[in-house]
Design a protein around this ligand. Structure first.
Ligand SMILES: [Zn+2]
Length: 118
């Protein structure tokens, strides 16, 4: 699974397995090729029909570690469940998971320069 995010500079980037990829080119056959946003890294993805078809190359850098340890979120959820007995567990789960995703997203944005062309 991957997600498409909008960068601060207004272009789209693909977030996949803790790395960002920017659009390299769109092909006539409907596939798009995305290349890792890290300088000097040649890892790329080919996407067609919103599905990743091919993952090429290996990253020449370390992936970013998760900003928020999963255990911390689980712990917060457990507290929320105890303190909100009338609230459906699914709702608590959704609230915490979306918060977690946003935290990671902003962490990434603050550390990545999403354009290799500068
Ligand atoms: Zn890379």
């Amino acid at each position: 699974m991957y997600s498409v995010v909008q960068t601060q500079k207004g272009f789209k980037a693909v977030h996949f397995q803790e790395n960002f990829y920017r659009l390299q080119k769109s092909n006539k056959n409907g596939t798009t090729r995305w290349i890792c946003t890290k300088r000097q890294c040649s890892s790329s993805l080919t996407i067609k029909n919103e599905t990743i078809q091919v993952v090429r190359g290996t990253h020449n850098h370390e992936n970013l570690k998760r900003a928020v340890p999963i255990m911390k979120v689980v712990d917060e959820m457990r507290h929320a469940v105890c303190n909100n007995v009338s609230k459906p567990i699914a709702q608590i789960y959704n609230e915490h998971v979306s918060q977690y995703v946003n935290t990671i997203f902003f962490f990434f944005l603050s550390f990545y320069h999403l354009s290799r062309d500068e």
